[in-house]
Ligand binder design. Sequence first.
Ligand code: NAP
Length: 265
Amino acid sequence: MDFGIAGKWALVCGASKGLGFGCARALAEEGVNLVILARTEGPLQEAADSLRALPGAGKVIAVAADVATPEGRAAALSVPGGPGDAIDILLNNAGGPPPGDFHDWDESDWQAALSANMLTPIALIKALVDGMATRGFGRIVNVTSVSVKAPIANLGLSNGARSGLTGFVAGIARGPLARQGVTINNLLPGAFATDRLIATIANEAQGKGLAADAVLDDRRESIPAGRLGTPDEFGAVFAFLCSRQAGYINGQNILCDGGAYPGTH
Ligand SMILES: NC(=O)c1ccc[n+]([C@@H]2O[C@H](COP(=O)([O-])OP(=O)(O)OC[C@H]3O[C@@H](n4cnc5c(N)ncnc54)[C@H](OP(=O)(O)O)[C@@H]3O)[C@@H](O)[C@H]2O)c1
C-alpha cells in the first residue's frame, strides 16, 4: 500500500533509539523527509546514517537537542536545510519520567514530568498545527502509554502527565482542525523491547527483591501475545496513522500492546 506521504517532512522526536527510531525508520521507508531529534549526538548520528541507508529514504537531518526545552524545539524548527515549521507529520516522543514512590517526588519532579510528557508535545502542536491546517494535511501522533488506560503503580509521574496530554488532545483534535485535514492521535505502547523497558523492569525487580530476568519472564507471560513488542511493529502502526488512508482516524487512543490491556474499551 502506498501511504501517499513520500516527499513530506516529518519531525520525529526521541528518535535515536527505541520506539522513536522505529517510527523514524517506518517513515523513511515511505520516502518521508525527516528531522530527527535526540539529546546525545553520537547515537543520534548513527541512527541518522542507518536511516539514510534505507532504500527509498528521503532527506534525514539530525538535531542533537533536548525537546523539553524551548531552545531545543527552536533548533529543530530552524535547522539549516530543513523545512522550518513547514512540517506535515509530527511524532511527539521523549523519555518517560522515572519510576518511584510518590512520597519521594517534590514539585521539581512533577514539573520535569509535565514539561517532557505534556507541555512539550503541546508546544510543538501549537508551533506546527496552523501550518498543517493551512496546507490541508497534518498528522500528529503522541507517544503516551498503556498507563493512560491502566495506570501503573510505580509510574505515577507518567500516569499523571500523560493523562493531562490525553485530555488536551481529546479536545483540540475534535475542534476546527478536524475539518482542515489534520488528525491528532495518541499511540499507547504496552511492553516493547527497548532500553526504557529494561530500566523499568530493573526498578520493579529491585522493589520486589527479584532478579530482573524473572520479572521480565513474568511480564512476557502476562501478555496474551506471549512476547514483547518490537519498535518496528510500533513504527508500522505509526506510519499508518500518518498515511493519507488514515485521514478518518482522529482523536483516538490506540493501544499497541499484544492484547495486554484487559478491557473492551
Ligand atoms: N518501551 C516501552 O515498553 C514503553 C511502554 C510505555 C510507554 N513508553 C514510553 O514511550 C516513550 C519512548 O520509550 P522508549 O522505550 O522508546 O525509550 P528509549 O528506548 O529510552 O528511547 C528514548 C529516546 O528518546 C530520546 N530522548 C529522551 N529524552 C529526550 C529529550 N528530552 N529530548 C530529545 N530526545 C529525548 C532518547 O535519546 P537521548 O537520551 O539521547 O535524548 C532516545 O532516542 C517514553 O516516553 C516511554 O516512557 C515506552
